[in-house]
Write a protein that binds this ligand. Structure first.
Ligand SMILES: [Fe+2]
Length: 193
């Protein structure tokens, strides 16, 4: 028997949603049921997509890139206790937790600035801490819901699937640099193993 709802089938449904809605909030809302369906059996995700990179390093694995560059899908693996650091996504995203437990801390810009870019001060307010067991689905909706920090909170690898606007090259992504407390460019490409 072939796959009934694998990565490519999920990607077809996401492409349809992206074509139908230009509004990010509508896109995210309409993608969630398709992701939930895929998460029931997680078909097409290879064993290596659930593993960290060399040296037990947190990293992402590219699963799919839309031919028109409108979205891409990656699995992300955080070994126990590791964290992403505080970072910003400048495009929409839907995230499903597959293994372990994700602790997600959400932040917002205290100054309400909507144009987020490298070189700016981080100056963030914590807006919530969430614990997501496997089966949970969360989202990114910049600028207000674009900042977060993810930590593997269980004693096992934290594995999640991310469906993100753009491509690994174009998805705007900035890290809050601990030393300077300023945002630095942090291309998704550098996270991929
Ligand atoms: Fe993130």
């Amino acid at each position: 028997m072939g796959e009934t709802y694998g990565i490519e089938a999920l990607a077809l449904d996401v492409a349809e949603v992206v074509a139908r809605y230009s509004d990010d909030r509508q896109r995210v809302g309409a993608i969630k049921p398709s992701l939930a369906r895929w998460m029931e059996r997680q078909e097409g995700l290879r064993p290596e997509h659930r593993l960290p990179c060399e040296g037990n390093r947190a990293c992402g694995h590219l699963l799919h890139t839309a031919s028109d560059g409108s979205f891409f899908m990656i699995s992300v693996v955080f070994p126990p206790g590791t964290s992403s650091g505080v970072h910003y996504h400048g495009a929409w995203g839907v995230i499903g937790i597959l293994e372990g437990e994700d602790e997600e801390t959400k932040y917002a810009r205290a100054d309400g600035l909507s144009a987020v870019g490298a070189g700016q001060e981080c100056e963030l307010e914590k807006t919530g801490v969430h614990h997501f067991p496997p089966g949970s689905i969360t989202h990114l909706l910049p600028p207000d819901e674009g900042f977060h920090r993810v930590r593997a909170a269980a004693g096992a690898n934290g594995v999640s699937i991310h469906i993100l606007g753009g491509t690994a090259e174009t998805h705007p992504h900035f890290l809050c640099d601990n030393a300077t407390r300023k945002l630095v460019d942090f291309p998704m490409q550098t996270l991929l193993g």
